[in-house]
Each structure stands twice: as structure tokens, then as C-alpha cells.
Design a protein around this ligand. Structure first.
Ligand code: ADP
Length: 766
């Protein structure tokens, strides 16, 4: 006899119990045989074979015989009656031996009663099965049951009854009560089934609804798109913004902000107070390019060709730009060090920025910073302000339509701090990619990655740029052009471009080389070529009038007819004076237009030792004047008394930049020395240099520009500080050829060169 332990199985008398063959094998070490006698014993709790003891079993079991062994791994036991477990033994190989005795029911269930109950349960089951798709199958299955126990046993796996509850039914001695318990269990299982069916169908309904909704939505989107395409003019603004937000590729933060404001826009409606602001904001945000552009490999030769095509000369500048491109190629980056082009107007700083963009095959944008005093111009206004706008940087990025334009920041030297904040410090934030690769414009309120933008700044002078800003940039000087260079620029670039702009051909307007030379020398006074460009434009317009009026006549410009067509007087050239007088000395100044000569004039008047300074240079000059007077007093002690009963009037003409004041130190001292010694200084000697109290001549800036100006004005000899001698290599040869450059070390050398060594009688005060 095989003893099979079972757990959580409903074991009842006079019915079929279905078990896995596995279970039989575990207990006996072999497969079941039909008709073999078995005893099923319920375990108190789930126990492994090795841990079984006689007390693992409940005291009541059931006996029966194997009625069926199925190939698919299960077998059936036809139970007969309940048995008491009198004694049990568990062997080490897991085999169980049990001594049992029959256990009688205390109350018997009549066959009629059983049949009635069974019929009821079957009806309920059939009803339940109707609601499922297995109605037909289950009907046959239900019909085969003959007793309540059969049904309960078959439904056992779906019953929500614990092991103890199942045993309690087996242990019940009254067959009537057992039937009630079974009934209850079956009905409970049925209810559970119904509930879960309802639940699952409810779930299913929900799910179906979801699927349907999303399908409808997709369909709507599709139809809307079709409609939009048919009538693009009807696409609503909100919808357009929605689409743009989806397609823009914004970063997470921007997307969140955009969605938030879009929702607000939807709530505001068409006439809301904030509608305009919200709309503008979203329009701005979505028009920005949020996509990273791939870094392109730039062919250096091609780039060089582009730079050469657009600009004549500027060799050093072009070399530096090519270096930058090479580095960018190597590092596979789209930006590098920030270049600052410093030079007079019209020297090609801005336009070369444009060429760089062309060489790099990138978009070009220009931001003019001249006169910007408000921090918000750079950083943007906070959105809460009425009429708030993004700053100029982000505005330019948006206009460029890409995330990696070449951005020229024009005139960074003209930024000025005001009570509205310091725009220079705001710019610092933009230009500091090492510390923060993203920039948050106040208006946008979300960070934007500027690390791919190539910034190029331009300025007329580096002196007025705040130190921290200047430190972030690499200064590249643009020194202005020599007359020969200007001639080339005019012929190769300015004239052809001007012709093209008014639509005339080379045959219709010719300008002789001499005429261009004359324009350069007589009609312009500048370091750059802006004036020259204007003159060329004027000539082309004159030719256009000529052609239209006289139907196709060509125009040939020569130095002779130049004045007629330029329609202006030659610029009064500050050529050096012919006559010399004590107290007047030719100086060289560095001006916004490049360089210029200037005369420093000194005069003594009757008075009480006052110093009067006129001209533009105010305070800086006053200091220099005091220094000059002390030096002269020291150098000519016997003349010192002159200063106590005379006033000294110094006049410095306008034009020079205030910062350049000190570089007139040498000129000023020489003028005063010339005045009190009565020795005139030849006007063809020009000088530049600062001076110390000990009389040493110290270096100055802008030497190339100053020498070009000297040459233009007809100066023959220029005294320059010894320490500036190195700068001469930046000066064009043709300029040096025409000037005698004299490096000087101290005041004595200067005075010796000017012929003021020994004193002459003091000039009479006027
Ligand atoms: P900046 O920015 O230094 O004031 P721009 O770049 O505006 O000067 O130049 C003024 C004009 O002069 C532009 O039309 C430019 O094309 C022209 N230009 C300047 N330098 C050169 C040059 N080296 N070759 C050709 N054209 C030049």
C-alpha cells in the first residue's frame, strides 16, 4: 500500500482526487499502478520529504485505489472512505508506512438530498459558465459530476480555502454538515470567479477605452495635419507653437518651461493680459536652434583662399586665424580662444569676421555693442517686465538660426557702465565658456549652450576695455594701411564692389591709378579705408548718373576731374608747417582714425605762475604739464624764475584720445623748453614719448599708426622712445623708407636733436 502525503488538496471520501504523478514518485520511488491501493494523508504544513516525521500528518486521511494514470503526469485516486491514522513510520529513504482503521460518518446524507444539492450547485455553475467563452465545454464538464464531493474535488484548485479549512471538512464526521461546508466553499469560489470576471471585464473595458482614446487622438492628429497642410493659413498659433515645441529638440529644462508657459497661454485665451508676452516668449524659444551642429573638418587651404579673396594684406591677422582653425580642427571643436581685433575704423575688423564665417562655412551674426549701457541689453530683461526682451546675444543666436554661428561683438570698447548695471560684466559671463558652458538669459530663464559659438570681438582701442574682459581675449592689432596698401585695396576690392553695388561695368567707369592715389592722399585722412570706400561709392554713383543721362557714356576718372565728381573739397591735410617759432612742437597722436600729427603750443603771458591748458585733454594733460615744467626748471635753472611771474598757457588741439595724453610728455616738455629758451624747433621733426621726472623717455603705444600719420603729413624726422624700437618691425617698409627714425633715451638727447641746448634770452611776456 502506498501512502501519499498531500498538502492543500481537498481530500474527500467517495470521489475522484487528481494528483501529480510526481507526488507518488516522491513518496514511493516508483510510478503508480492502476487499482493499487493508496492512502492519502494530509500534511499539517508543507514539509520536504527529508523532514517528514509521523507527526507531520493530520490524524484523519482517506483510502482508495488508483483509478487512472495519465501519461501527461497526473493520476486519479478513487477514494472510498475516511481512515484514522493509528500509527505511522517514516523511513530514511522517504518511504512512509501507515497503519489505519476505517472512520465511520456520524450522520449520513440521504441520496436524494445529495442529488438535490448537487443539482443546485450544477445549475449555479452552468449559469456562471454562461458568462464565459467556455460555456459549451464547461457544460459537458459540469454534467459529469454525480455528487457534491465530485464537484468540490474538481473545483478544489480554485477554492480560496486554506489547508486547515480543507482538513476541517475531511475531519467533519457528519456527512450532512460536510455537504453544507462543501456547498459553501463551492458558492464562495463561484462568487470569487464572478467578481474576478467582473473585475477583469471592467479592466478590459478600461483598457479598451484607453486604446480607443489613443486611436482617436492619433486619428485626430493625422486629420488635423492633413487639414493644416491644406490650409496652412488656418493653423492656430497655439497649435503651431505646440508643434514647434515638439520639434525643436529643446533641452529638458527648456521643454518644461515651454510646456508650462504654453499651458498658461491656453488658459489665458486670446485676450488675456499676458497672452502677448507668453506668445512672444514661446515664439522666441521655439525659433532658437536647439540642435547641435556637427563639427566640420575645415580644409586650411580653402580657408586661406577665402580669407585672401575677401581682404588684401593683413598677413599677421590671417595667419592667426588659420592657426585658430587648425586648432579647432585638431580638437574637433567649434570654438576656441576669443579673438579681439583692435584697430582704427575701416581697417577690416568686422568684415574679416564675416570672412572667417565664410571660411568655416558657418553662419555669421554681428552684435553692435557701441553705446550699450544697460546690463539688460546683454542679459535680457526678466519676463515680468512689460516689454521684456531677450538680450542681444540670444537675439543674435536666434537670428542666426543655428547654435554655432560666428558671432562678431562689435565695439566692445564702447560698453559703458551706468546705473543700469555693468554690461561688461554681463558680457564676461557670455565669454567665459570655461567656467560655464551655458548662459542663462534673464528673459529666456533657461540655460542655452553657447560653447559652439565662435566669438570675435572688435574695438578701436583696448584701453577702455575692463581688465577682466580683456584677459579673456587675445588681442590682435589691426594697424591701418599704408597708402600703397590702400591703393591695392581700392583697386582690387572697393572699386569693383562699388561698381557692382550700383550696377555698372568696368568699362563704364575707369579710375586711373593716379586718381586713386589722389583720393587717398587728398580726400581721405584715416588709417582704415572707410573714407576711401565712400569716395569710391561716390564716383560710381556719379558714373551712374552720367550713364543714365547721357545714355551709355563711359566715365574716366583722372586726378584732374576727380574734384568735380567727388563733389567735395580736398580734406585739409595737416601737413607740417613750414615756419618754425619757439614754443611750437610737432607731436604725434594716436586717434580713433589711426594716427595724426598735432602741434603743442606754449605761450607765456604776464601773470602769477598759473598754468592754463586749453584743448581737449584736460586733467591728464595738466599732470603732464606740471611734470614738463619741473623738468624744464631743472634743466634750465637760470630760467626757472620766469614761471613765477608769468602764466604758462599750453594749447593741445583736439583729436587725440585722452589716454594718449601722456605720450605727449616729450613734446610738451620740448615745447616749453623751446619757449623759454627762445629756440624754435623745426616743424619737420615730430616726436612721441612719455617722460619721467628724471627725464627718461619712456615707451608709448600705437607707433605704426603714428609713423604712418607722420609720413602722410610730410614729417622728415621722428624721435621715438628707444624702447619702442622693436615696434618698428610692424611698420611697413615704404613708411620707414620715407622717415628718419631717431630712437632717443632721455630729454637731453631730445633737446640736442631739436637744437635747444644752450639758453637764449627769455622771450618777453606778452
Ligand atoms: P572695421 O570693422 O575695422 O571698422 P570694416 O570691416 O567695417 O572695418 O571695413 C570697412 C570696409 O573696408 C569694408 O567694406 C571692408 O570690406 C573694407 N576693407 C577693410 N579692409 C580691407 C582689406 N584689407 N581688403 C579689402 N577690403 C577691406
Amino acid at each position: 500500500m502506498a501512502v501519499i502525503p498531500v498538502y492543500k488538496v481537498l481530500v474527500l471520501p467517495d470521489t475522484n482526487v487528481y494528483l501529480k504523478t510526481e507526488r507518488f514518485k516522491k513518496a514511493t520511488g516508483r510510478t503508480p499502478r492502476v487499482d493499487e491501493h493508496v492512502t492519502l494523508l494530509m500534511l499539517r504544513e508543507e514539509t520536504q520529504k527529508e523532514q517528514l516525521t509521523p507527526s507531520s500528518f493530520y490524524p484523519i486521511g482517506v483510502s482508495g485505489a488508483v483509478s487512472e494514470v495519465h501519461e501527461e503526469g497526473w493520476f486519479a485516486v478513487r477514494t472510498r472512505g475516511r481512515v484514522n491514522l493509528d500509527q505511522a513510520a517514516v523511513y530514511s529513504d522517504g518511504r512512509i508506512e501507515a497503519y489505519t482503521s476505517r472512520r465511520e460518518d456520524s450522520e449520513v446524507l440521504s441520496p436524494q438530498e445529495n442529488a438535490r444539492k448537487t443539482a443546485d450547485v450544477k445549475a449555479a455553475l452552468t449559469e456562471f459558465a454562461k458568462a464565459t467563452q467556455w460555456e459549451q465545454v464547461s457544460r459537458a464538464w459540469i454534467n459529469q459530476f454525480a455528487t457534491l464531493s465530485d464537484i468540490a474535488s474538481a473545483c478544489s484548485p480554485w477554492m480560496d480555502a486554506s489547508n486547515e479549512e480543507r482538513y476541517a471538512i475531511l475531519a467533519e464526521d457528519s456527512a450532512v454538515k460536510r455537504a453544507e461546508m462543501l456547498e459553501k466553499l463551492i458558492y464562495e469560489a463561484l462568487e470569487m470567479g464572478k467578481l474576478s470576471q467582473e473585475g477583469s471585464s471592467a479592466r478590459q473595458e478600461n483598457y479598451q477605452k484607453m486604446v480607443r482614446e489613443s486611436a482617436i487622438r492619433k486619428q485626430m492628429e493625422y486629420l488635423q495635419k492633413e487639414l493644416d497642410e491644406m490650409h496652412p493659413e488656418n493653423v492656430s498659433d497655439i497649435r503651431r507653437l505646440e508643434l514647434k515645441i515638439q520639434e525643436s529638440g529643446m533641452n529638458e529644462t527648456a521643454r518644461r518651461e515651454a510646456d508650462k508657459l504654453l499651458n498658461r497661454l491656453k488658459q489665458e485665451g486670446a485676450n488675456g493680459a499676458e497672452t502677448g508676452m507668453l506668445y512672444n516668449y514661446l515664439d522666441f524659444l521655439t525659433n532658437l536652434s536647439w540642435k547641435k551642429e556637427p563639427a566640420r573638418e575645415i580644409d586650411l587651404d580653402e580657408a586661406e583662399k577665402v580669407l585672401e579673396e575677401d581682404h588684401f594684406g593683413l598677413k599677421k591677422v590671417k595667419d592667426r586665424i588659420l592657426q585658430q582653425i587648425a586648432v579647432m580642427n585638431l580638437k574637433k571643436e567649434q570654438s576656441g580662444s576669443i579673438l579681439l581685433f583692435v584697430g582704427a575704423p575701416g581697417t577690416g575688423k568686422t568684415s574679416i569676421g564675416q570672412s572667417i564665417a565664410r571660411a568655416l562655412q558657418r553662419q555669421y551674426v554681428r552684435v553692435s555693442l557701441g553705446g550699450v549701457r544697460d546690463e539688460a541689453d546683454i542679459r535680457g530683461h526678466r519676463r515680468t517686465y512689460i516689454g521684456a526682451m531677450p538680450g542681444r546675444i540670444m537675439d543674435a543666436i536666434q537670428k542666426s538660426g543655428v547654435s554655432n554661428p560666428v558671432m562678431v561683438l562689435d565695439e566692445v570698447d564702447k560698453l559703458s557702465a551706468s546705473y543700469n548695471g555693468d554690461p561688461a560684466s554681463a558680457l564676461l559671463e557670455v565669454l567665459d565658456p570655461e567656467q560655464n558652458s551655458t548662459f542663462t538669459d534673464h528673459y529666456m530663464n533657461v540655460p542655452y549652450d553657447l560653447s559652439d559659438v565662435l566669438f570675435i570681438c572688435t574695438a578701436n582701442t583696448a584701453d577702455t576695455i575692463p581688465e577682466p574682459l580683456l584677459n579673456r581675449m587675445e588681442v590682435i592689432p589691426f594697424q591701418g594701411y599704408t597708402p600703397i596698401e590702400k591703393q591695392q585695396i581700392a583697386m582690387r576690392h572697393l572699386l569693383p564692389k562699388a561698381r557692382e553695388a550700383v550696377g555698372i561695368t568696368e568699362e563704364q567707369l575707369t579710375v586711373s591709378e593716379d586718381a586713386i592715389r589722389a583720393v587717398i592722399s587728398d580726400y581721405t585722412r584715416e588709417g582704415g579705408v572707410r573714407g576711401l570706400k565712400k569716395r569710391m561709392d561716390t564716383l560710381c554713383r556719379a558714373a551712374a548718373v552720367n550713364i543714365v543721362r547721357k545714355k551709355g557714356e563711359t566715365l574716366h576718372i583722372t586726378p584732374e576731374n576727380l574734384r568735380e565728381y567727388l563733389d567735395m573739397r580736398p580734406v585739409r591735410h595737416r601737413d607740417v608747417r613750414e615756419s618754425a617759432a619757439p614754443g611750437i612742437v610737432t607731436g604725434l597722436a594716436w586717434t580713433a582714425a589711426g594716427g595724426d600729427i598735432l602741434y603743442i603750443e606754449a605761450m607765456l603771458t604776464k601773470g602769477t605762475g598759473q598754468i592754463v591748458i586749453t584743448g581737449q585733454l584736460g586733467d591728464v594733460m595738466k599732470e603732464s604739464a606740471r611734470l614738463a615744467i619741473s623738468l624744464v626748471k631743472h634743466r634750465f635753472p637760470d630760467k626757472a624764475v620766469v614761471f613765477s611771474d608769468h602764466d604758462l598757457h599750453i594749447h593741445v588741439p583736439d583729436g587725440a584720445t585722452p589716454k594718449d595724453g601722456p605720450s605727449a610728455g616729450v613734446t610738451l616738455t620740448t615745447a616749453i623748453a623751446s619757449l623759454i629758451t627762445g629756440r624754435p624747433v623745426a616743424p619737420k621733426i615730430a616726436m612721441t614719448g612719455e617722460i619721467s621726472l628724471r627725464g627718461e623717455v619712456t615707451p608709448i603705444g600705437g607707433l605704426p599708426e603714428k609713423l604712418m600719420a607722420a609720413q602722410r603729413a610730410g614729417v622728415e624726422q621722428v624721435l621715438i622712445p628707444c624702447e619702442n624700437e622693436d615696434d618698428l618691425q610692424d611698420v611697413a617698409k615704404e613708411i620707414l623708407d620715407q622717415l628718419e627714425i631717431v630712437p632717443v633715451r632721455d630729454l637731453d638727447e631730445v633737446l640736442a636733436r631739436c637744437g635747444i641746448e644752450d639758453a637764449k634770452p627769455i622771450p618777453k611776456a606778452v
